[in-house]
Write a protein that binds this ligand. Sequence first.
Ligand SMILES: Nc1ncnc2c1ncn2[C@@H]1O[C@H](COP(=O)(O)OP(=O)(O)O)[C@@H](O)[C@H]1O
Ligand SMILES: [Mg+2]
Length: 280
Amino acid sequence: MDAIIRTIDSARHERERERRTEGEHGTAPVAAANAPDLPATADVGLTDTVTFQLPVVALDEARRERERILAPGAVGAVGGPYKMLRTQVMRRLAELHANTLAVLSALNGDGKTLTAINLAIAVAAQSGHTALLVDLDLRNPSIHRRLGIEPKVGIEDCLERGRPVHEAMVKIAGYERLTVLPARAPLAHSSELLAAPRMAEVVEELQTRYINRVLIFDLPPVLLADDALAFSQHIQAGLLVVAEGRTARLNVTRSLELLHKLPIVGTVLNRSQQSIDTYY
Ligand SMILES: Nc1ncnc2c1ncn2[C@@H]1O[C@H](COP(=O)(O)OP(=O)(O)O)[C@@H](O)[C@H]1O
Ligand SMILES: [Mg+2]
């Protein structure tokens, strides 16, 4: 397994940033704004000549900050660790000739969804690369809520009812090379869907049809459902998220044992209390 990447506890970082800014200027920091005038639809790059017009959803600044989602082109203490994570993940994926990655953790609340979203943003921030973020935590989908998307069609409709995947795809205003494939509503029988041949077809289509695309899948916790295990047959690599001071070592070991066939490209030590001054 590769080096551990630390993503800092961004709540702590925010407190520190506010303290500094107040000390220096007496005002709250001004956050980067998303581009205000955006088209309602955007083209998506395909390997063939068909282009789809995808709906574009605006992510408002308050939601973005509340959900700790990276601003487009974010750097510094918040963006830096994700850029480093991105670079290492991309290098390992290239070594594996892979472009599909599952974001995994032992239990709930370790930071899978946040890591998946911010990693996808960091991948898409690299010119020449596009990222597709797919919500396969079908038991408890949350990417749509985090990003303020109200999907009419979700990935579950593509899996269950054969709807074409592009009907569920959404772009987020200001995040140029990022596409999101959200889920709509919780499903009880999700592991059957994730293990089914239709899932393999969908992954293959997503994998081969789009140019320079990295596919990032958010999944339910490895130890709470068989979904991650069921889905692992369809993908090439995993990234393990561990919450510092929260995830028990035994649970990490059990997760890795369960997924022993899947190459793990690295571990994210999330909510690290390490000083933010080491990132610049
Ligand atoms: N590095 C972090 N700093 C601060 N809050 C975090 C961090 N990572 C996750 N969180 C918060 O913890 C909660 C759980 O994270 P989430 O990504 O939903 O975990 P999971 O998908 O593994 O259940 C969310 O409210 C998220 O915003
Ligand atoms: Mg989650």
